[in-house]
Design a binder for this molecule. Sequence first.
Ligand SMILES: Nc1nc2c(c(=O)[nH]1)N[C@H]1C(S)=C(S)[C@@H](COP(=O)(O)OP(=O)(O)OC[C@H]3O[C@@H](n4cnc5c(=O)[nH]c(N)nc54)[C@H](O)[C@@H]3O)O[C@H]1N2
Ligand SMILES: Nc1nc2c(c(=O)[nH]1)N[C@H]1C(S)=C(S)[C@@H](COP(=O)(O)OP(=O)(O)OC[C@H]3O[C@@H](n4cnc5c(=O)[nH]c(N)nc54)[C@H](O)[C@@H]3O)O[C@H]1N2
Ligand code: SF4
Ligand SMILES: [Mo]
Length: 740
Amino acid sequence: MADATTRTAYRTCPLCEAACGLELTISADRVVAARGDREHVFSHGFVCPKGATFGTLDDDPDRLRRPLVRRDGRHVEVSWAEAFEAVRAGLRPVLEAHGRDAVAVYLGNPNVHTMAGGLYVSPLVRALGSKNTFSASTVDQMPKHVSCGYLFGNPLAIPVPDLDRTDLLLLLGANPWESNGSLATAADFPGRLRAIQRRGGRFLVVDPRRTRTAEHADEHLFIRPGADAHLLFGIVHTLFAEGLAEPGPHVSGADAVRDLARDFPPELAAAACGIPAERIRGLARELAAAPSAAVYGRIGTCTVEFGTLTSWLIDVVNVLTGNLDRPGGVMFPLAAHLRPQSRPGGKGFRTGRWHSRVRGLPEVKGELPVATLADEIETPGDGQVRAFVTIAGNPVLSTPNSGRLDRALAGLDFMVSVDPYLNETTRHADVILPPSTATRKGHYDFSFLALAVRNFAAYSPAVLPADPGALDECDILARLTTIIDGSDTEPAAVHEQMLTRLLEKAAGPLGRDVDALRAEVGGDHPAERLLDVAVRTGAYGDLFGVHPEGLTLKKLVDNPHGVDLGPLRPRIPEVLRTPSATVELCPEPMVAETARLRASRDRRRDDLVLIGRRHLRSNNSWMHNVPALVKGRDRCTLQVNPADAARLGLGDGEQAQVTSRAGMLCATVEVTDQVMPGVVSLPHGWGHGLPGTRMRVAAEHPGVNSNVLTDELTVDPLSGNSVLNGIPVELKPVSASGSR
Ligand SMILES: Nc1nc2c(c(=O)[nH]1)N[C@H]1C(S)=C(S)[C@@H](COP(=O)(O)OP(=O)(O)OC[C@H]3O[C@@H](n4cnc5c(=O)[nH]c(N)nc54)[C@H](O)[C@@H]3O)O[C@H]1N2
Ligand SMILES: Nc1nc2c(c(=O)[nH]1)N[C@H]1C(S)=C(S)[C@@H](COP(=O)(O)OP(=O)(O)OC[C@H]3O[C@@H](n4cnc5c(=O)[nH]c(N)nc54)[C@H](O)[C@@H]3O)O[C@H]1N2
Ligand code: SF4
Ligand SMILES: [Mo]
């Protein structure tokens, strides 16, 4: 296959948070193979089945290459000029007649995996200025932002488990063997877990399902969904009761936490979570005694009723066992595009700067809970949402009570989507603007380098030349911004403004003049120029010549396998932005939530609750069109414990009708003791093949949409995050349900 036109290129995989280096074989302007880059400083050759399909994604015949506009109910290809004219004609009248809040925006997950998302989404959202800003964060990690916001004063200061040095890792509600990790960027997460065991350490998993991670763990503990806060309070109680709590310097409020934990003796915690009291005590003792230990939680601790409280308790345990900010504990990464503060302390964190119109839910980090998006579209009155912008999102499959949202979207006056597929969400759009493929854009991980378990930096320039008829995603977002702000100019004006703003910030501290700096900025693309400034003025930067050895864009380009910046280093107190410049361990909102948790102990327990799951060959909703990722047996099954199956008369392979407050669906039963009794599991991201979509492979493997069952009416009150795990459901065999 190798011929004169065959070459090798290196680039970061943008498909999940692990940020692996890929080695691509390129022939005649196509990626013909993708494998792990063995020389990569962080991933050392690791690749997963998704990364290996990197080229296939580019070649997907269903991928949109030109904009679509809906005419007479059908989506047809148009020129970029026509498409933007249609956006102008659709958005401007709504803005002018009804104001900014009448236009909602939803930002989906891949925005954290593109440079356009990292750089050009904020100017767009700022130009729009709508209270109705939503994102996938409120079906994901918002509770962690809120708990870190209160604890450390900065919602983006999220400590990650120091995987490569820890002696004991406790994982709650995370399955990195399949997900490759989240809020902890760790290429080859499984390999790093095995390494803990090889050096004599242990890792323990708490999960209602015996996941692949649990199978490899030193111990797996089943837990009742939604009950992790009880377990963690039981641990905190024990740490204080047995004199094991050693919060260390720069921590305030530990005594108040001790008082809160008094009401959670392990016996009561055990009754609520299902883990024996003696094991809860044991966990506390082991975490306190280990030379280093880290507690890490993910989706199963965030997308639950007490998501923020649970996320907070995880770091409370890390603090009380002396493991915050120390090697082998949980630590704060320092990414190359960011600068440490000169002095600790700051204004702290707060939420509720505005509230949603219909349900009065508080703003968090500039957005409202996506669980209330349908309310805002459906409910008439001043401020009703009439137009909608989606960027890299598929909320019709990914958000709670998505059946209701699907119906609501059909009633909008206007909708525009920036997306490469005509899928369950974008089928409602009047205009679809497809970005160019990943091979044709540069890549730098603004989000994940700030969450990496080892400091490193990598930049990958585009590996293929731009496709002549395509538009770069940065340009698409910049053009949308100028339609929204009414200036109606070309993207170049936005690029220029953004660069100037960055240079103005840099010039003062450097004692340099903006134009002089501008002349030194490197990069062939607007995003590259912004990155050059950020990296050069960042933590390891050359400060425009002050440290000639420092990082620049050019240095990153010259090092295609990445630049290693060493193991994580302690950052407290510098990283703290609380008014007291301490870790504020007992924020007021947690006190009220603790009272609510205490009261919830007496609640009747539901017989059966639904949780989700992820599979290695999936990526939320959007990679089911890649044949290699959907082949083999049906993965969208409802896992049911044998005891429940027998009780309910459900056989393996049979259809079950699943009903919740929000909706109903029928799913194929898989009887397995991987799920604990009383718990059933259905993956999310399925439910393809709806009329008007154009994803042929996905339509042949449709599965069912689990978010038809999740309930938009219950959210984690502090973060507004959706509750996607622990949903009360009823099950019955389809045959017995008859035709009702
Ligand atoms: N029940 C349940 N629901 C869940 C979850 C769960 O665990 N259980 N998980 C939640 C989580 S963690 C998340 S992050 C959300 C995800 O929620 P969403 O972000 O809404 O959904 P995705 O499936 O990631 O859809 C991504 C969209 O981006 C498009 N896309 C892909 N690449 C690009 C690109 O480069 N540019 C642009 N503009 N678009 C692109 C895809 O075509 C697709 O339409 O789902 C959540 N929903
Ligand atoms: N292959 C693959 N990888 C992915 C994705 C994907 O869709 N597919 N999505 C990416 C995204 S957007 C994200 S956010 C990450 C998510 O990364 P992870 O959080 O690691 O992934 P999940 O598989 O959702 O793991 C959540 C676990 O929580 C468990 N759980 C459910 N409820 C509870 C509970 O109440 N308590 C406890 N202790 N556990 C509970 C579930 O059984 C599940 O095993 O994965 C990313 N990587
Ligand atoms: S683990 Fe994530 S980053 Fe690594 S190859 Fe797979 S999808 Fe890509
Ligand atoms: Mo996510």
